[in-house]
Design a protein. Structure first.
Length: 209
């Protein structure tokens, strides 16, 4: 009952998975933006993503889900309970089942390894399983791949996922808003993700505004 009351304090949860592609800042900023928009955020961070975060940012994040949630709550200014984290093999987590999974999941950034696993239904860890659930339940699934150049394998997986209803939103920021900082480039992509989720934001003006 306490959990029901707590959940009602926030807008519906969005699942955010960070995997080991370059561009950890996109995922971390997305969590901040969802928190700022009042959403509950359910987070999974792969082992490789922890390595990328340590390489690309000065953000120190613990691996254990409970401690990770505390750290993300602190850095994103979330309220208690607004961010929840799940471990690699936490098969009892709500995201592992169609009856508990949120209506939207974003994999940001998405490694080509996870892209491949999702396209083929591998479900070898909780991130892959949660994406598999999103596909089978016809929920919103957004993948933000980052690799260059793309091989035929990557492109075929992206095409297959698009045909299954997922959105492929490459980490390829535009420059027509005249970015002055890395943060501006990061916000370009995060704004696009929020647009896809139908979540209001002020990260950047929409085209024509
Ligand atoms: C610093 C660093 C940067 C990486 N950048 C990329 C990348 O941009 N794209 C990618 O697909 N893989 C990248 N990788 C490789 C993936 O992390 C690796 O394939 C890993 O197995 C992915 O696992 P995951 O999908 O479970 O996170 C990078 C690895 C490291 C350590």
């Amino acid at each position: 009952m306490a959990e029901v009351r707590q959940a009602a304090r926030f807008h519906p949860p969005v699942t955010v998975a960070l995997t080991g592609a370059s561009g950890a800042q996109y995922g971390l900023r997305l969590i901040e933006a969802l928190v700022a928009a009042g959403h509950e955020v359910w987070v999974m961070i792969s082992k490789a993503a922890h390595l990328v975060i340590a390489t690309e940012t000065d953000v120190a994040l613990p691996a254990r889900p409970e401690r990770l949630a505390e750290a993300l709550i602190r850095r994103s200014g979330a309220r208690p309970g607004q961010v929840r984290c799940f471990g690699r093999e936490d098969w009892m987590a709500p995201v592992a089942s169609g009856s508990g999974a949120p209506s939207s999941m974003v994999i940001c950034p998405c490694s080509t390894g996870t892209l491949s696993a999702v396209a083929t239904g591998a479900s070898n860890n909780l991130i892959e399983r949660a994406a598999d659930v999103a596909l089978k339940e016809r929920r919103r699934l957004i993948l933000v791949p980052r690799e260059t150049p793309f091989s035929a394998i990557h492109l075929e997986h992206m095409l297959a996922l698009t045909r299954m209803g997922a959105v492929i939103l490459p980490a390829a920021p535009g420059f027509y808003h005249q970015p002055r900082s890395v943060e501006d480039l990061v916000d370009f992509i995060v704004a696009r993700i929020l647009n896809q989720l139908g979540i209001e934001h002020r990260l950047m003006p929409r085209w024509g505004e």
